[in-house]
Design a protein around this ligand. Structure first.
Ligand code: NAD
Length: 479
């Protein structure tokens, strides 16, 4: 299947006629072509967005909201089609795409369609000076949204929906590794009555298409989700142009388990927080720290549960772990398993590639648990972003806090305990943008989302996203 760019409401080939192969991770086969768009395509997308801006930015909130909610409804109507497409492109189980990715993409449009009608700005009366200040929150203009491959439509729409709701026009690029559902979204936008040019989707490599978006002098804000190294590069390119930047980057999140937790709940959730989406979620708790008094019991129970996870074809309804996203990514994850062993890590289960009958060229890997001798080893410090977790005991709160914080990342942390005072102490001291206590990945779209340290700058979600996608202007009136 050939994917095209979506510019000014039309589907078109890249101007240079350059294409990239699109792989199906479940069988390793090329199943389509996607544009490798150049600066010329990005310029065309920008011009189309620029032309649409005046009208869209002045469109009433009710109308913008109506269109976004309509997109959400159409996505829900086509849940099956989108879930299958997402699974084929990414390797994730269809069941996961059906229950998480596509419903959450639909929620993004619905949520921001509603949120914009509640978004208000501040006023400040300068008492004693006969003056009144109020703040306008104006759309920025044309903004760029760039997203990764792990939760393709979910993260793509997480950026686009607030950008559009706030009255901006968008030039967006999904990951070249998983472009399919972003492509399908174009049709839905047309059907929902999104005016031409308000959203433009260009496909291609990060180093060409993505770079062209970031370098474009008149795309004034960039919302990016992806790797930390890419984020640093984008920041360097964008800084001299004083662009507004939101960077959601990598993570190496601690999952801290105290003996007083609700054990069964913790165990069930920890299996999920370790291996959901083949461990390819930036929020996965990839470093598991367990209080020494329950360490041996946990180790036995956890490994037993992980061994029961079924690695299988993404379309099979009983598959727990589908295919990794690409061959290079599979190689990277396998490399880390090798590095762990070189650093005296002990593989407690998994570690091997899986040869699925009839799908021998797919990118399957067993879920892997590695007991590490120290928190300073590479597998405990570097983001692997696959079905691999490390395991270590701890004795005291201070010790585990220090280990949890001793990485360059700070996206999320999970804490399992029923001790209220400890919860309060630890959640305030953990260096993370999000702390989950006795749960994982429970999302309320009103909350600020993002990381500290090398996990990013800025927050998305709720009004934070609407603030990012608007420019505040103070008006001071003397009377
Ligand atoms: P990546 O950085 O390789 O690519 C992300 C996107 O950026 C892709 O669309 C890519 O084409 C584009 N890109 C690459 N180079 C670019 C450049 N020079 N200019 C502009 N765009 C460029 O990341 P990935 O491998 O797709 O995704 C995995 C990473 O994303 C992991 O590190 C993961 O932790 C992170 N992630 C973070 C969050 C979060 O919310 N913090 C969520 C999901 C994934």
């Amino acid at each position: 299947m050939t994917i095209q760019n979506y510019i000014n409401g039309n589907f078109q080939n890249p101007i240079s006629n350059a294409w990239i192969d699109n792989y199906n991770p479940s069988n390793g086969e090329i199943y389509g072509q996607i544009p490798n768009s150049s600066t010329k395509d990005v310029e065309q997308a920008y011009q189309s967005a620029k032309s649409a801006f005046k009208s869209w930015s002045q469109t009433s909130l009710e109308e913008r909201s109506r269109v976004l909610i309509r997109i959400s409804e159409l996505l829900e109507d086509q849940l099956d089609r989108f879930a299958k497409a997402e699974s084929k492109d990414n390797g994730k189980p269809v069941a996961l795409a059906k229950t998480v990715d596509i419903p959450r993409a639909a929620s993004n449009f619905r949520f921001f369609g509603n949120a914009i009608t509640q978004f208000a700005s501040e006023s400040h009366e300068s008492v004693g000076h006969n003056a009144m200040n109020y703040t306008l929150r104006q759309p920025i203009g044309v903004v760029g949204c760039i997203s990764p491959w792990n939760l393709p439509l979910y993260l793509f729409t997480w950026k686009i929906a607030p950008a559009l709701a706030a009255g901006n026009c968008v030039v967006a690029k999904p990951s070249e590794i998983t472009p399919m559902t972003a492509y399908l979204l174009g049709d839905i936008c047309n059907e929902a009555g999104l005016p031409k040019g308000v959203l433009n989707i260009v496909h291609g490599l990060g180093s060409t298409t993505g770079q062209a978006i970031v370098e474009h002098p008149d795309i004034k804000a960039i919302s990016f989700t992806g790797g930390t190294a890419t984020g640093a590069h984008i920041a360097r390119v964008a800084a001299p142009m004083f662009k507004k930047l939101s960077l959601e980057l990598g993570g190496k999140n601690p999952n801290i388990i105290f003996a007083d937790c609700d054990y069964d709940d913790m165990l069930n959730t920890t299996v999920r927080s370790s291996f959901a989406n083949q461990g390819q979620i930036c929020l996965c708790g990839s470093r598991i720290f367990v209080e020494a008094t329950i360490y041996d019991k946990f180790k036995i129970d956890f490994v037993e549960r992980v061994k029961r996870l079924k690695v299988g074809h993404p379309s099979d309804s009983d598959t727990d772990i589908g295919a990794l996203v690409s061959q290079p990514h599979l190689e990277k994850v396998k490399d880390y398993i090798r590095i762990a062993q070189e650093e005296d890590g002990k593989v407690l289960c998994g570690g091997q590639e899986v040869n699925l009958k009839n799908f021998e060229n797919g990118y399957y890997l067993e879920p892997t648990v590695i007991e590490v001798p120290t928190d300073e080893c590479r597998v405990n410090q570097e983001e692997i972003f696959g079905p691999v977790v490390t395991l270590m005991p701890f004795h005291t709160e201070e010790e585990v806090l220090q280990m949890a914080n001793k990485v360059k990342y700070g996206l999320s942390a999970t804490l399992w305990t029923n001790d209220l005072k400890r919860t309060m102490r630890m959640s305030s001291q953990l260096q993370a943008g999000i702390v989950w206590v006795n749960t994982w990945m429970m999302r309320d779209l009103r909350t600020p989302f993002g990381g500290v340290k090398a996990s990013g700058v800025g927050r998305e979600g709720g009004f934070e996203a609407l603030r990012f996608f608007t420019e505040p202007k103070n008006v001071c009136i003397k009377y």
